[in-house]
Design a protein. Structure first.
Ligand SMILES: [Zn+2]
Length: 315
């Protein structure tokens, strides 16, 4: 079954390896996107898991000084172009409608940005990222920035004035606004203004109370605004203790109960997580998930969740 996965952090791993092995030593043996075992989403694993389209987030860790963040963003964009897109039959998706034109052997790669920190308060940098192909913008990571507050640094405010400009710029370019990581006040502002909205990697807070998950009311607002809620595989967002694939079902059930059968999708967070769901440890294991989803929900629902809902909504 074909998969669209709306979040992974492979670019950060590729950038860190590039800096380590190329810039700071004589060892030029760079991590290969084709088959490096350090990567949950390498090219071989994406093929093995029948991932048709993988989103790749530019993500700058909080510890990077603001003055260096733009450089880091460009380095990760460079890894996307030089390493990911260099893989055989990998195709850069510059508009979502191109997904349906992919040939059987091709894998679509989507560039995204997680965290407006990368462009500071400079809308020109944001436009530059859009021109490089960024199709989805996560306004924040967990920390607050010049646009909004994150789920881990909630000062109780919504968007800044600059944040409103950022939303308008996304609307102008047809870019998705990703509300995963956003605080509730920021979420409410975005919902009222954004043309295209998605939570690329979040679960249901009514099932497990974690700041990275979405309240029932937020899920309903996403559904009412033609958005998507894409289930994330990071165990700390699913339940306490060890996590199996079936532990995702209550989250799925809740989103469906709220009316989101056609708004639900997948956003693994592979390469950004350090704990894993049993039997779902990398993109190559996606069939373990789709088999279990099919057993429980049927093939029609599973296919819609894995692929069709995104296509119908955004392509
Ligand atoms: Zn994230």
């Amino acid at each position: 079954m074909e998969i669209i996965d709306t979040h992974c952090d492979a670019l950060l791993k590729l950038q860190e390896d590039y800096r380590k092995s190329f810039c700071f030593s004589n060892d030029h043996s760079l991590m290969s996107y084709k088959d490096s075992k350090e990567l949950d989403t390498n090219a071989d694993k994406l093929r093995q898991g029948n991932v048709r389209v993988q989103f790749f987030a530019i993500f700058i860790p909080q510890a990077v000084p603001d003055s260096e963040k733009w450089q880091h963003a460009l380095e990760q964009a460079d890894r996307f172009y030089s390493e990911v897109l260099a893989q055989e039959n990998f195709v850069h998706i510059r508009h979502f409608k191109e997904i349906e034109d992919l040939k059987a052997e091709e894998v679509g790669a989507v560039l995204t940005l997680e965290g407006a920190d990368a462009f500071g308060n400079d809308i020109m940098k944001l436009r530059t990222l859009f021109r490089l192909g960024v199709l989805s913008l996560g306004l924040v990571w967990n920390n607050a920035n010049l646009v909004a507050d994150g789920a881990g640094e909630n000062r109780g405010t919504g968007l800044s004035n600059f944040g409103w400009d950022v939303i308008d710029c996304c609307n102008e370019y047809g870019v998705l606004i990703d509300v995963s990581h956003l605080n509730v006040e920021g979420f409410n502002d975005v919902i009222g203004r954004a043309d295209r909205v998605i939570a690329t990697h979040s679960n249901a807070r009514g099932i497990y109370d974690h700041p990275r998950n979405l309240y029932d009311d937020q899920i309903k607002q996403l559904i009412n605004n033609n958005g998507m809620i894409n289930i994330v595989f990071n165990p700390p967002f699913v339940k306490e203790g060890s996590v199996e694939i079936k532990d995702l079902f209550p989250h799925i059930d809740r989103i469906v109960e709220l009316g989101g059968e056609e708004n639900i999708g997948l956003g693994s967070d592979f390469d950004g997580i350090s704990e894993y769901i049993k039997d779902l440890e990398d993109a190559g294991k996606y069939s373990n998930l789709t088999v279990k989803l099919t057993e429980r929900y049927g093939s029609g629902f599973t296919k819609r969740m894995a692929y069709d809902n995104f296509i119908r909504r955004f392509c």
